[in-house]
Design a protein around this ligand. Structure first.
Ligand code: NDP
Length: 450
């Protein structure tokens, strides 16, 4: 075993021992450590000051009980969390997830990733993540409101515009952010930019809703350009049908690609004629208004097919955009994609590809954009929402879209700067990990031992 591998191995063993039962956190740290440990061995100032070790320990984790009453008058109890991971370069910033699968370990992985992602955006934001094991599916609007208010009643003690600024994530969209913002305002009696993703008429930013999905596609556009290619004529798979997926599809259509699949946790819709703008509007209606299952797509478009319980990865495509959840592509799925001629993957969801899948993509010579780079557009526009709130101004849609486009290109350039190999290929994962780490690491060095 090489010295680097031995150090990596020992580091991971210690991390797993200190964080038992948190496989997603171990996975996320390993994905970064494989590049950062060799990097810090070449740059001893980071190693001597234990910068990476410190970065794998959140600043703090708040965990709390959330009690609320359902429509039948039953008292329900959920668990809420906020992981304040690292504020070396700005206030903690990261989404809130409401999903029955939420655990502290999942939020630790997301907060760790968020710190590096936020660093990549070039904006002054630290990393955090929060959420609850509350399951919003099937809940009435009033139940959602009561839960959001109960959740914020405790969370409000721990956040603030200079401390920690949460946003949306799975199960938390405009409606939930608004209920939480309303409750914060009521408790604290102050109107501040404490949450992002707000409605336009009360401090929200244009393009925030679209930003993550658009950014994922912009990043792919930049990767394709390095090969002299564009979206025109490319057949694309998009998993999920929520916020990120919807706007990834919208932008792919605009750029001349054809999306042939979308999904949700019940299965995949395959529409070989393409999910056009009109069909996408129907998906948005199904998901945002009717809160229905993706299979309902066939009621209006019966030529499409529905694969119950299946992900889209067995369908032949040129480009793939996982936009649902973590670990939705395993090694076998990745092998299908490579065999079927897929040439690029841009990750909208956080850590959607497991380690086997990443290795398969890289061995297969695909353009592979890791989530911390590809989906950073959402938090970048959240950062711009914070700026607008502080300045008490609103930028136009065009202005914000231009800023988003430039930020995605900057992130692409940083990945190339740190990830270019001797053979000229770019390891985007390595590039994103090192570029994200260096900025946070330099700030931590400057602060001394804190
Ligand atoms: P939404 O809740 O809007 O949509 C999530 C979509 O993914 C739904 O279609 C959902 O299906 C599907 N999904 C969720 N969990 C699973 C699962 N376990 N198996 C299969 N499908 C699943 O969330 P977002 O679009 O906001 O988030 C999607 C991903 O993007 C997440 O990984 C999130 O962390 C990441 N992300 C989001 C950002 C944002 O700005 N919103 C920013 C950066 C990253 P169903 O409705 O059936 O549950």
């Amino acid at each position: 075993m090489s010295e680097q591998n031995a150090v990596l191995d020992e580091f991971m063993q210690g991390l797993i021992r200190r964080n038992p039962g948190e496989p997603e956190f171990h996975q996320a740290v390993y994905e970064v450590a494989q590049h950062i440990i060799p990097f810090t061995m070449k740059h001893p100032k980071y190693e001597q000051n234990q910068i990476f070790q410190r970065l794998t320990e959140p600043d703090r984790i708040v965990s709390f009980r959330v009690c609320w009453e359902d429509d039948q008058g039953h008292v329900r109890t959920q668990r809420g969390y906020r992981v304040q991971h690292n504020n070396a370069i700005g206030p903690y910033k990261g989404g809130i997830r409401f999903h029955h699968s939420v655990t502290q370990g999942i939020l630790k992985f997301l907060a760790f990733e968020q710190t590096l992602k936020n660093s990549l955006t070039g904006l002054p934001m630290g990393g955090g993540k929060g959420g609850s094991d509350f399951n919003p599916k099937g809940k009435s609007d009033r139940e959602i409101m009561r839960f959001c208010q109960a959740f914020m009643t405790e969370l409000s003690r721990h956040i603030g515009p200079f401390t920690d600024v949460p946003a949306g994530d799975i199960g938390v969209g405009g409606r939930e952010i608004s209920y939480m913002f309303g409750q914060y305002k009521r408790i604290r009696n102050e109107f501040t930019g404490v949450l992002t993703g707000k409605g336009i008429s009360y401090g929200g930013s244009e393009i925030r809703t679209e930003a993550t999905g658009y950014g994922v596609v912009y990043f792919m556009q930049d990767m394709l350009a390095t090969k002299g290619q564009t979206f025109v004529g490319k057949r694309c798979l998009v998993s999920g049908s929520g916020n990120v997926a919807q706007y990834a599809v919208e932008k792919i259509n605009e750029l001349g690609g054809t999306v042939v699949a979308m999904s949700d946790s019940s299965g995949t819709v395959y529409d070989k004629e393409g999910i056009t703008a009109e069909k996408l509007a129907h998906v948005k209606h199904l998901k945002e208004v009717q809160r229905a299952r993706i299979s309902e797509y066939l009621t209006k478009y019966p030529n499409a097919e529905f694969y119950e319980g299946k992900t889209p990865w067995h369908i032949p495509c040129d480009l793939a955009f996982p936009c649902a959840t973590q670990n939705e592509i395993n090694g076998e799925d990745a092998a299908h994609l490579v065999r079927n001629g897929c040439m690029g993957v841009s990750e909208g969801a956080n850590m959607p590809s497991n380690q086997d899948a990443i290795t398969t993509f890289q061995k297969g010579g695909l353009l592979y954009a890791p989530s911390k780079a590809a989906n950073a557009g959402g938090v970048a526009v959240s950062g711009l929402e914070m700026t607008q709130n502080s300045m008490r101004i609103s930028w136009s849609r065009d202005e914000l879209n231009t800023r988003l486009r430039n930020i995605m290109s900057d992130i692409h350039s940083k990945c190339v700067q740190y990830g270019k190999e001797e053979d000229g290929n770019v390891d985007y994962l390595k590039g994103a990990n090192i570029a994200g780490f260096v900025k946070v690491g330099e700030a931590m060095l400057a602060y001394g031992v804190v």
